[in-house]
Design a binder for this molecule. Sequence first.
Ligand code: ADP
Ligand code: MG
Length: 253
Amino acid sequence: MFVNIVNISKSYKTEGRFFRKSKRKVIDDITFSIKKGECLGLIGESGSGKSTLSRIILGLEKPEQGKVMMEGEPISKWMKNKKGGASVVFQDYTSSVNPSFTIRDIIAEPLLAVGDNKNLDERINELLAIVGLPHAAVHKYPHELSGGQLQRVCIARAIAIKPKFIVLDEAISSLDVSVQAQILELLHQLKEEMEITYLFVAHDLQAAANLCDRILFLYKGKIVEEADSANLALAQHEYAKKLLGSVMPFQGQ
Ligand code: ADP
Ligand code: MG
């Protein structure tokens, strides 16, 4: 599973002064690739365009210019042929699940959507075990779980269809640091066991540097730096250096 993002641009209309309509470029000519089995980090401050770019990569939104290719095929075609080939976990886990569904139904949903209901309950139990939740969770409703537990449910739902590619858009950003560490460990395990290709989107570098092989720095809609996680200290761009300063205070003197 490899992804090529080629010359992607996107603008949104904004209400200018005196209600004059203007356009603002949110994604500005972005090109990069994600290799098979790679975990690529996409780091940028709030409003830098991370979610817009993620939606475009998943084919949920059309770019103004450029194209997204999955395994050499345009995203729209790839998605049609490979139902369940890609999935996404969002930051806002409370609004990404239906509050009137039980945990069982939440995890079953994507499987049923692709018409896969063989040994359903057995597989749901397996998925719960993988993400470290007790079997008893199947009968619970979202409001009965903690944030960390619910985010695990979202991850279970995302991996249920055995996707080749997962986008995690700030998936752990609103969790406590200790829960973040647990979920990172889980994502790390899944990556090893299931050969998933990841795009890990975050506004802080710490978690991404832990999990990812390579990091892209997004600043005002442009990729301003690219670095291997092992060589982050070599980053040159001001914005990347600023972020690095907060993570690695003892380096780069
Ligand atoms: P990030 O995820 O990095 O915080 P977003 O991609 O959500 O950034 O947003 C980038 C910019 O695009 C922001 O200024 C945001 O207000 C604007 N934006 C995002 N989605 C829309 C939309 N559907 N309509 C208009 N503006 C949008
Ligand atoms: Mg976002």
